[in-house]
Design a protein around this ligand. Structure first.
Ligand SMILES: Nc1ncnc2c1ncn2[C@@H]1O[C@H](COP(=O)(O)OP(=O)(O)OP(=O)(O)O)[C@@H](O)[C@H]1O
Length: 235
């Protein structure tokens, strides 16, 4: 399975944020999406999630040469600012999510087993989501996406608010998920991208560009990424 983007463009008034983007993302890989502030990473995710309209181009799923449109079920989107129904407890939210998605969930587990995946303390499971910390809400968002296992997982700066232990657990979890999914992960943290991702993709001048790792060691690769990102500031 591949997510194919062809000639995608997006303007905000006269500002061209995404410029004729063409790229193929492959199943089984975690892609680190790097770009400077305002480069258009969130805009790209919003387009792929159909939250905003594109101004040109197309994207679709290619399954063994068969082209099909993406559906809402294909895509999971974890926002940097988590949005959860604040009036529900963690347990009520999970139960509701599982109830409405039951037919699509493989290997259904108990609610508490799901909480164990994200190491949410027992005392927090019956608290209202409005009283969860930013990191805890983020973990809940990650968890529903882990349960639903969409074909394409878009993660917009998801680990930034997690403490080091949880971030490490999430990284390991993402590595186990990637086999069946395309994971696109935007981050400003270069070490995280290098550590977690199979490919590094830079959003530069409104275009997506794969950074070829060749035989570079981590330090050289890092410098190459910074050089590419720096070039944009002179554009
Ligand atoms: N709804 C909108 N209306 C007008 N301009 C917008 C809108 N959304 C985003 N932009 C502009 O599009 C550009 C890209 O923004 P976007 O949020 O996609 O960047 P980003 O790469 O995610 O940035 P960051 O890393 O800082 O989060 C910015 O110049 C931003 O001001």
């Amino acid at each position: 399975m591949e997510l194919v983007i062809e000639g995608l463009s997006k303007y905000f008034e006269k500002k061209e944020v995404l410029r004729d983007i063409t790229f193929r993302f492959q199943k089984g890989k975690i892609y680190g999406l790097l770009g400077r502030n305002g480069a258009g990473k969130t805009t790209l995710f919003n387009c792929l999630n159909r939250d905003i309209k594109t101004d040109g181009g197309d994207f679709y799923i290619d399954e063994a040469g068969q082209r099909r449109e993406t559906t809402a079920d294909d895509i999971g989107y974890v926002l940097s600012t988590p949005t959860v129904p604040e009036f529900l407890t963690g347990r009520e939210f999970l139960k509701f999510f599982i109830d409405i998605n039951q037919k699509n969930i493989q290997d259904l587990k108990s609610i508490d087993e799901y909480f164990e995946i994200i190491n949410l303390a027992e005392e927090d499971r019956d608290k209202l989501l409005k009283d969860y910390s930013h990191g805890m809400k983020n973990k809940m968002q990650m968890l529903v996406n882990i349960i639903a296992k969409p074909h394409i997982l878009l993660l917009d700066e998801p680990l930034t608010s997690l403490d080091v232990v949880v971030a490490e657990e999430m990284k390991q979890l993402l590595k186990t998920l990637k086999e069946d999914q395309i994971i696109i992960f935007s981050t400003h943290i270069m070490e995280l991208a290098l550590d977690l991702c199979d490919e590094i993709v830079i959003l530069n001048h409104g275009k997506l560009e794969l950074v070829d790792q060749e035989n570079l060691n981590n330090e050289e690769f890092k410098n190459k990424i910074i050089d590419t990102l720096r070039e944009e500031s002179h554009a």
